[in-house]
Design a protein around this ligand. Structure first.
Ligand code: PLP
Length: 419
């Protein structure tokens, strides 16, 4: 492998092309992509509608910048603003989720004149200097020298200590108490609370339904903004809802939401949606050289149209539900699996050693064995011991079964190795 490249895996696969839910490597081997790129290939690989939109736009003009208007950018912004549920919404396009969250932090801190941010334990929000500062998952947050003052609150993780035994309602009460306590200890204003409705890198761990409605009441009393990081949970991936925040619907929409990953089906689109009075704080910062680039906007629009016309959210609910059921049946036979959890096509499989302790080794082994079986998956979690399943939302039942069989074989091998 080239040593001059900073890579995540030591021996990554070299991929040459994809089609539908499958990709091929340089040796011609075919894999079922159960991680949708990295939750980026939201509809399908080489989707003809997106390819056509990209090539037509590439033949017209590659780049205009946010100094000028592009038809696709205007239309996509209007669609996202309407879909967001945020009243009087404005959209600002970036090129990644990190940058989207950076923009949201810039807006919140400027609007509230405060550099204090509330974030969740075990969260992940990006790899820039400011977003690692609001990332609670220690494995992903290499520095504590953040320009922000971050206060981490409880909300997603409940596998440890006294929280583990609580019901959803009791856990929600405990989290609200934790939040109130945190606010009582702060001096001055807190700008915003940022949270993933389902923690992604954190291992597909859901906040209990309604948690953010309960938080919202407290936040509103202090004028604190709520930012929903929908980078992984947006566009119907969770099946039941188009946005993750909608599982907390009593709270109404957040003040801001951030998006990225799947909307471009692999093209780099990120962005933030905010109420107009908040977005107006961007001022001269409302320029991004590559944010909203016409080729990406054309891809985003074609992808969004496809997603809505083919009800891929409904497909995520149906096929995801079936997949969870099958995986739970498999897991019941394998003590190495502690839990199968998730919503729609966002499914986590948590692995443990024989003594019940988290096993990142088992997760690494499972990734290798799955690859041998022709299946690509991801991993993450608080201890790096959770397999992450997030295929393109067009996954069909035959492919769900193909993936389950490959996973069963891979996990059986893991079980036999670690005992
Ligand atoms: N927010 C969440 C919830 C994410 O999962 C990620 C990436 O995994 C990001 C932000 C950062 O997005 P990007 O990698 O596009 O910068």
């Amino acid at each position: 492998m080239p040593e001059w490249l900073a890579l995540y895996y030591r021996e990554p696969l070299e991929l040459t092309h994809g089609e539908g839910r499958h990709v091929w490597d340089a040796e011609g081997r075919r894999y079922l992509d159960f991680f949708g790129g990295i939750l980026t290939t939201m509809t399908a690989h080489a989707l003809p509608e997106v390819t056509k939109a990209v090539s037509e736009q590439a033949g017209r003009i590659l780049h205009t910048s946010t100094l000028y208007l592009d038809r696709h950018m205007v239309e996509l912004a209007e669609r996202i603003a309407t879909l967001s549920g945020i009243p009087d919404a404005r959209v600002f396009f970036t090129t990644s989720g990190t940058e989207a969250n950076d923009a949201a932090l810039l807006l919140a801190t400027t609007y509230r004149r405060s550099n204090q941010i509330l974030a969740m334990r075990n969260s992940y929000h990006g790899r820039s200097f400011s977003t690692v500062g609001i990332t609670g998952n220690a494995g992903w947050s290499p520095t504590s020298l953040s320009p922000l003052q971050t206060l981490f609150v409880q909300g997603g993780v409940r596998d440890a200590g006294p929280y583990a035994a609580l019901s959803d309602a009791e856990f929600t009460d405990a989290c609200v108490e934790d939040l109130e306590d945190m606010l009582a200890q702060t001096h001055g204003n807190v700008a915003a609370l940022i949270a993933e409705p389902v923690q992604g890198v954190g291992g597909f761990t859901s906040a209990p339904d309604g948690l953010f409605a309960a938080f919202r009441e407290v936040l509103d009393r202090h004028g604190i903004l709520w930012i929903s990081d929908e980078v992984q949970t947006g566009w119907g991936r969770t099946g039941e809802h188009f946005w993750g925040w909608q599982a907390h619907a009593a709270s109404g929409p957040p003040d801001m939401l951030t998006f990225a990953k799947g909307i471009g089906n692999g093209m780099s689109i990120g962005g933030v949606v905010a109420r107009a009075e908040v977005m107006n704080c961007l001022g001269a910062n409302s320029i991004s050289t590559f944010g909203g680039s016409p080729v990406t906007m054309a891809a985003g629009l074609a992808n969004l149209n496809y997603l809505l016309e083919h009800d891929l959210q409904g497909n995520a609910r149906r096929v995801g539900g079936l997949l969870i059921e099958r995986l739970r049946a498999t897991a019941a036979r394998l003590p190495v699996v502690r839990e199968v959890r998730g919503r729609g096509l966002m499914i986590g499989i948590e692995l443990v050693a024989a003594d019940g302790s988290p096993s990142p080794e088992a997760a690494s082994l499972a990734l290798e064995h799955a690859r041998e079986q022709g299946l690509l998956i991801g991993k993450g979690g608080r201890h790096g011991n959770t397999l992450r399943i997030a295929p393109p939302l067009s996954l069909n039942i035959a492919e769900a079964e193909e993936g389950t069989a490959a996973l069963e074989a891979a996990l059986t091998q893991v079980q036999n190795t670690i005992g």
